[in-house]
Write a protein that binds this ligand. Structure first.
Ligand SMILES: *Cc1c(COP(=O)(O)O)cnc(C)c1O
Length: 382
């Protein structure tokens, strides 16, 4: 199987011997034109027309009323949690199967992450496990949820749409509403992914996106927060731009602000990339369907989008029957210069998060041992 797979990938990318990356950026649109434009105009920094244009594009793509450009996705997550008042002594529920940024952003506010299991099909936070944890391990009184084990207040839930495959966000929303917890979607990986026709990131109070170099579209580094809440939208714009009170020459700041604004230089790149989003998504989906066929009669399962959802298939994912099969595949493919990789080490195993509360992480551990991401980017040559 592995040899056929290597050949399949090399044929698809029309690349007989070069390194095949997992997901490399491709610039086929107006990237050079727009970036050059910012340099000619001298507006390369934190103000400029492309920042505004990027925010308008993000509103239109996600359907959210407000979009705030940020310097990266991690900063977007941090500021989202900060804007909801998450802080020292609080806890925030998330999943252990995620990129480090999810837990780090929680910790930056002074709060601690609590790790709850995922569903094995969606690979994202399990609404059942979430509900079970809140019902059995927490106390809900006067609209406040307290973790009985730590005595700390649980403030928010941060589910993540893993590898672009949407999780059961409608069910998670219901649980969040039932316990009056704020929902922040880490949609960093799921630009172009939908649940029942609604864009991921637009279900929670706030949704967060990333435009890092390895994501579906990139602007070098960048992020965005989206929301329908007018107060939050305006406040986020304010505190991501140092909380400066607008004035033609005076410098005054009315609260603790952050320099989290996306530079115009990056926004120019983002605009050019977003113009190609539909093309990228179509091309990625067609590769995913080819993978689905390829793995059909093998011992490996291709992780498909769950019912009523559309995945952007950011990183195509396969699941092996055992860790040893998976590890052999990783060694052989990488040895043949076809990049593949395991999921992140579950966050609860890392030194900074070892002492955090977690539920049963049965599905997390099972999947983390058996999954591999395979090359997923759009073609870089014709
Ligand atoms: C990429 C990513 C982020 C944000 O990363 P940045 O590199 O800071 O843009 C956050 N969460 C997840 C799950 C990610 O994959």
């Amino acid at each position: 199987m592995t040899e056929d797979f290597i050949q399949f990938v090399r044929d698809y990318y029309k690349s007989p011997d070069e390194l095949i990356p997992l997901h490399a950026p491709v610039f086929r649109g107006k990237e050079i034109e727009y970036v050059t434009d910012t340099i000619r105009s001298t507006f390369v920094s934190s103000v400029g027309a492309y920042v505004d244009r990027f925010e308008v594009m993000m509103k239109s793509i996600t359907g959210a009323k407000y979009a705030i450009a940020t310097v990266n996705g991690t900063a977007a997550l941090h500021i989202a949690l900060h804007s909801l008042g998450v802080g020292s002594g609080d806890e925030v529920i998330t999943q252990a199967l995620s990129f480090i940024a999810t837990a780090n952003a929680i910790r930056y506010t002074g709060a601690d992450p609590v790790f709850i299991d995922i569903d094995s099909d969606s690979m994202s936070l399990s609404p059942m496990a979430l509900l079970a944890f809140l019902e059995s391990e927490c106390e809900f009184k006067d609209r406040i949820v307290t973790n009985k084990r730590t005595g700390k207040r649980i403030k928010a839930i941060v589910p993540m749409h893993t590898f672009g495959n949407p999780g059961r966000i409608e069910e998670i929303c219901k649980v969040a509403n039932q316990f009056r917890l704020d929902l922040v979607e880490d949609s960093a990986e799921s630009l172009g992914s939908y649940v029942n026709g609604k864009h991921t990131g637009s279900f929670g109070r706030l949704g967060v996106f990333s435009f890092n170099g390895n994501k579906t579209v990139t602007c070098g580094g960048g992020g965005a927060v989206v929301t329908d809440d007018e107060n939050l939208g305006k406040r986020l714009k304010h505190i991501t731009t140092t909380a400066k009170v607008p004035h033609p020459w005076e410098y005054s700041h009315d609260e603790l602000g952050f320099n989290y604004r996306m530079p115009n230089l990056n926004a120019a790149l983002a605009c050019a990339q977003l113009e190609q989003l539909d093309d990228f998504l179509n091309e990625k989906r067609s590769l995913s369907m080819k993978y689905l066929d390829f793995f059909e009669n093998t011992k490996v399962t291709f992780k498909k989008e769950i019912k009523n959802s559309v995945s952007n298939y950011w990183l195509n994912t396969i699941e092996f029957q055992s860790k040893s099969d998976r590890d052999k595949f990783l060694a052989e493919t990488n040895g043949a210069k076809v990049m593949t990789r395991p999921a992140w080490n579950p966050l609860n195993t890392l030194p900074m998060y070892q002492n955090c509360v977690s539920g049963s992480l049965k599905n997390t551990n099972h999947i983390a041992d058996r999954l591999a991401n395979i090359p997923s980017g759009v073609k870089w040559k014709e």
